[in-house]
Design a protein around this ligand. Structure first.
Ligand code: TA6
Length: 290
């Protein structure tokens, strides 16, 4: 395997002799590409900024320390939607190849490296170590949250993965049956999932609470992806669909909603509290069944 940093040192590319590769933008530590034998497995808007001017539209944006619009009256209320991790410049901490031929890169963001403006909005001492590990048919993303300070802080965390699919009308999402979910297209009202296989036929934006660790996205009834979370409680299912994409300026082509589904593992339905000196870890293994 190999790890290359681009000449402008904005990107890190991981590759394996088996024909797998991944590309990470240091801005937001955003995975912008994951390929197996030249087949792209993540969706990325062709209008997405990749110059650090705004959050990437696609790939795997990182959500921390708040998911969604920051609630008024909380410590995160001054932050932008989904927090600052996806719009911060991360440091390349290290790289490693392990024996079974996988390659891993680690990125860091801390209160020491956060820009002053953002730090003023959320003044907690924190440390994030984000690792991306590429294996033959899996991409693993894991985040370690540290509290080196003297004050506890509450956070949400989520991997906002845009999985690329051939056609939204032929996919099904399995593993969420009987769970309670909040439907953000219905004002956040609570519902209970009753489908063994969820089909996406309109704008879908649901936060499933206490989800099982393995979620499968099938294509024409054959497994295409498995998303397996560790240390994370919830799963968000999102597709803006034809009506939703009209309101997203950097979503191109608009038809692209047909080629993606966001299956997002995170701990977002409730606040995680990190006490001083404590650490917290959560991660996801994205597996492609090609
Ligand atoms: O994860 C789903 C969601 O919370 C949707 O409600 C939608 O807002 C999406 O995230 C994208 O948010 P963004 O801030 O990237 O436009």
């Amino acid at each position: 395997g190999s790890i290359q940093v681009s000449d402008d040192s904005q990107f890190v590319t991981l590759s394996l002799a088996s024909g797998a590769s991944a590309k990470v933008l240091l801005y937001g530590a955003t995975v912008v590409s994951w390929k197996i034998q030249d087949r792209e497995l993540l969706w990325l808007s062709s209008a997405s900024a990749l110059d650090g001017s705004k959050a990437v539209r696609g790939g795997i944006p990182l959500v921390f320390p708040v998911f969604g619009p920051p609630p008024a009256g909380t410590a995160v209320e001054k932050l932008a939607q989904h927090g600052f991790a996806r719009t911060s410049k991360w440091n390349l901490l290290g790289r490693a190849e392990d024996e079974e031929g996988s390659v891993r890169v680690e990125f860091g963001l801390s209160s020491d490296s956060l820009d002053e403006e953002t730090k003023a909005k959320w003044p907690y001492a924190f440390g994030l170590i984000y690792s991306v590990t590429l294996r033959e048919n899996t991409l693993e993303t894991k985040i370690l949250v540290q509290n080196p300070g003297s004050e506890a802080f509450d956070f949400n965390v989520l991997f906002h993965t845009y999985l690329r699919i051939p056609d939204v009308s032929t996919i099904g999402v399995q593993g969420l049956n009987s769970l309670t979910y909040r439907d953000k297209t219905l004002g956040g009202s609570e519902h209970q999932e009753s489908s063994e296989v969820i089909k996406i036929t309109s704008q879908t934006d649901r936060v499933y609470k206490s989800a099982p660790d393995a979620i499968t996205v099938s294509e024409s009834d054959k497994p295409l992806y498995t998303v397996t979370k560790t240390g994370l409680n919830d799963v968000v299912l999102w597709n803006p669909y034809s009506d939703g994409v009209e309101k997203i300026g950097d979503w191109e082509p608009k038809e692209g909603y047909k080629n993606m589904v966001c299956v997002e593992a995170g701990s977002v339905a409730s606040w995680q509290t990190l006490e001083p000196e404590a650490t917290w870890e959560g991660g996801v293994v994205h597996k492609a069944h090609l």
